[in-house]
Ligand binder design. Structure first.
Ligand SMILES: [Zn+2]
Length: 124
């Protein structure tokens, strides 16, 4: 019996996760200067950024490509209705979950990115 799997042990594959990206940008209220000058010329700490000069902007949840992981184990169940492949990664790589079906893994970053774009509803 010959069994073919989508991926092999040692293959590098890419995962997709739904993440909220945070971006640090200069405070728009004080223009990144950390303080404001009153009409009497005294300065006070910017109340918006609390004197840090920066604001963190969170974007909506979006599908993003994670770094590549290496397949360490494959469990395979073959039955009359086909085969069931489960790929496992070493613990500690990127995310807590460490078993994935073939549809959750991508051979190239480009493939994974194309899937993210489809799920994020962008036109390619
Ligand atoms: Zn500020």
């Amino acid at each position: 019996m010959k069994i073919e799997c989508k991926f092999g042990i040692g293959d590098k594959v890419y995962l997709i996760a739904r993440l909220s990206k945070s971006e640090i940008m200069p405070c728009t209220f004080c223009d990144g200067t950390r303080s404001l000058t009153g009409k009497d010329k005294t300065k006070c700490k910017c109340p918006v950024c609390e004197g840090t000069g920066e604001l963190t902007k969170y974007s909506d949840l979006e599908y993003s490509v994670l770094d590549s992981v290496t397949i360490s184990y494959i469990t395979l169940r073959v039955g009359a209705r086909g085969q069931d492949e489960v790929y496992l990664m070493e613990e500690g790589e990127i995310c807590r979950k460490h078993s994935f079906g073939p549809a959750e893994l991508f051979a190239t970053k480009e493939e994974a990115q194309a899937q993210c774009d489809r799920w994020n509803g962008k036109k390619i």
